[in-house]
Design a protein around this ligand. Structure first.
Ligand code: CA
Length: 222
């Protein structure tokens, strides 16, 4: 994972760089906002740690510029002033996360790692499990040249299962992620949808991919 650290205070920048490098990240450092913009355009970073208070172009302006150029690199904003208005401004400008100074270095490292995970999730637009492919941009599911006609909800369900291949997904986590409910509707909603999805993606194929783990949930695997 390659990270850009943008901070004009050289001591802080080098402290952050060492901590991230110690955790296995590749780290580039910039001390000015304009340099950060140039670096971010030239290199596809997996995350940017961006201080707000910078000489010349400040962090929020760098962020706005990146988003205006459709650069969706995950950004963690840092600020000396933990003011709510500044935090809101940063998040509105397209920041993924925000950390007020002074921070504990272990927290910064943990947040950068989470940033990378988020980036990886949004980056992979083609998912594959065995011979099943899901294109999240074209909204297309395909197996051996056969395309499946999925409803929006079935598509979301399949995408959720395909993003964790081999992992058992409980009914409640499916309800949360696919229906956005934070309560159990107490119906067999999930089971009905899984059955319909299974009819589409597994019927007529020798290799079954969508399995029931009795009493626990569902898993998509070979
Ligand atoms: Ca600064």
């Amino acid at each position: 994972m390659r990270v850009l650290v943008v901070e004009d205070e050289k001591k802080t920048a080098s402290f952050v760089r060492k901590a991230l490098e110690g955790e296995g990240f590749a780290v580039d450092v910039c001390h000015r906002g304009d340099d950060a913009l140039v670096a971010a355009m030239a290199t596809p970073f997996d995350g940017i740690v961006l201080d707000i208070m910078l000489p010349g172009r400040d962090g929020v302006s760098v962020l706005r510029q990146l988003r205006a150029q459709n650069n969706s690199v995950p950004v963690l904003l840092l600020s000396a002033r933990g003011e709510v208005s500044e935090r809101v401004e940063g998040l509105n400008a397209g920041a993924d996360d925000y950390l007020p100074k002074p921070f504990v270095i272990a927290e910064l490292v943990a947040r950068v790692r989470a940033l990378g995970r988020r980036g990886a999730e949004t980056k992979s637009t083609t998912l594959r499990v065995a011979d099943l492919t899901l294109d999240t941009i074209l909204h297309r599911a395909e197996r051996r040249g056969r395309f499946f006609d999925l409803t929006a909800r079935e598509f979301r369900l399949l995408e959720f299962l395909m993003r964790s291949p081999g992992r058992i997904c409980g009914r409640m986590s499916i309800i949360e992620k696919v229906w956005d409910y934070d309560f159990d509707p107490g119906t067999n909603l999930v089971d009905v949808y899984v059955r319909r999805l299974r009819e589409k993606i597994d019927e007529g194929f020798d290799l079954k991919l969508l399995h029931t783990v009795r009493g626990v949930g569902y898993v998509l695997k070979e």
